[in-house]
Design a binder for this molecule. Structure first.
Ligand code: PLP
Length: 387
């Protein structure tokens, strides 16, 4: 009998990948499936980025790179953050990693151990809770509520801090809710943290370029008073439709750069070189493709929010950012999981149960609108039929 580590049983998962596998299996059996389950842009990576990746391979960039990323890419990240957020970032504090996820794993491994508390949003990206549990730390969820537009409430967060709290994870614009936390709540959180100098902050800003109706992204990098304890996560996956390239980064506080780099060396050595050159082209090249993708998401967002609100038993809050709508489905009499299963098996529509994002996701279902307007309309027509 193999003896596995007990910690493994505490590791959770991201159910969107399971839904994707089930949807693909049904499609392989000839079923007509529309996928509103997985959170990835339905666009191809823009051509100039693909060409830069191919060129890097042709030019012989086949070996290891520095563990924290090629210097030109880290400089381009710093310049991009200055352009977008007006933030001064030292390229030495930028660590390039394979996607958004490694940064959260490393941040939690750096702070998490039995006795430590780590706070995270619920409903929220499921990997936060999973890796906190894995680390042995105590997960301390804070609720994101529909009546607040799924923004966090800074007073609520601050009131949960204890001497054991080591890290707070925030995410705006948010997965799975599409919620965007307004600046006044972020201001309040940052000023409240002055009383808790032992607490670090991981700000997951992977959807920083996807806000609608004139909203502007507020980056935590814009608060110099917490830069010595801020880990700011962003990347290429969503913005440049590069989920499969596995490329992301974080800006780390000076004190943690060596620890995070050591984790990189132990874990993956470096990100594959060609992907890094592609990421460089993405940042320094034209940004029209990003604007076009965000404009398409916005069009689809309006369609899906309107149509979800017209479904019997559904109520859908304004989706302010990212590419998710998170309707309340309590009026259908179905649990979230029942709704997810019914929509997939009876209507051929993949969605993700709100409970896949934490227990407070009960009563909600996540719809990714990273799909064509035509497919979104057809998906909701079919759901109406089975309801
Ligand atoms: N953070 C959030 C909030 C996400 O929704 C996702 C992906 O869905 C990620 C991070 C991870 O992105 P990546 O695919 O680059 O690891």
């Amino acid at each position: 009998m193999l003896q596995k580590a007990a910690s493994l049983s505490r590791l959770g998962t991201e159910s969107a990948f399971e839904v994707l596998a089930r949807a693909q299996a049904l499609a392989a059996q000839g079923k007509d499936i529309i996928n509103l389950g997985i959170g990835q842009p339905d666009f191809r990576t823009p051509d100039n980025i693909v060409e830069a990746g191919i060129k890097a391979l042709r030019d012989g960039h086949h070996g290891y790179t520095p563990a924290n990323g090629i210097p030109a890419l880290r400089e381009a990240v710093a310049a991009d953050l200055h352009k977008r957020h007006g933030a001064e970032v030292n390229p030495d504090n930028v660590i390039v990693v394979p996607g958004g996820k490694p940064t959260m794993f490393f941040a939690v491994l750096i702070f998490g151990e039995p006795g430590a508390e780590i706070m995270y949003p619920n409903p929220g990206f499921p990997i936060y809770e999973s890796v906190i549990n894995y680390s042995g730390a105590t997960p301390v969820p804070f609720a994101l509520k529909e009546e607040n537009g799924f923004a966090f409430d800074a007073d609520d967060l601050l009131s949960r801090i204890t001497p054991q709290t080591r890290l707070i994870i925030i995410n705006s614009p948010a997965n799975p809710t599409g919620g965007v936390t307004p600046k006044d709540q972020i201001d309040k959180l940052v000023s409240g943290l002055a009383d808790h100098p032992h607490v670090a902050l991981l700000s997951d800003e992977i959807y920083s370029q996807m806000l609608y109706d004139g909203r502007e992204h507020v980056s935590l990098l814009q608060y110099p008073e917490i830069r010595d304890r801020l880990i700011m996560l962003d990347g290429w996956s969503k913005t440049y439709a590069m989920t499969g390239w596995r490329l992301g980064y974080a800006v780390w506080p000076a004190d943690l750069v060596a620890d995070a780099t050591r984790l990189c060396i132990n874990d993956h050595s470096c990100v594959n070189a060609a992907a890094q050159y592609a990421g460089l082209a993405a940042l320094v090249g034209p940004q029209d493709a990003v604007r076009d993708m965000v404009a398409s998401f916005d069009t689809r967002r309006k369609i899906i929010v309107d149509e979800l609100n017209a479904l019997p038993g559904f109520r859908c809050a304004d989706a302010a950012g990212a590419f998710y709508a998170f309707p309340n489905i309590e009026g259908t009499g179905l649990t979230s999981r029942e709704a997810q299963d019914k929509f997939l098996s009876e209507a051929g529509i993949a969605t993700v149960s709100g409970t896949s994002f934490g227990k407070w996701g009960e009563g909600y279902v996540r719809f990714s609108y990273a799909n064509s307007a035509e497919n979104i309309r057809e998906a909701l027509r079919r759901i109406r039929e089975v309801l």
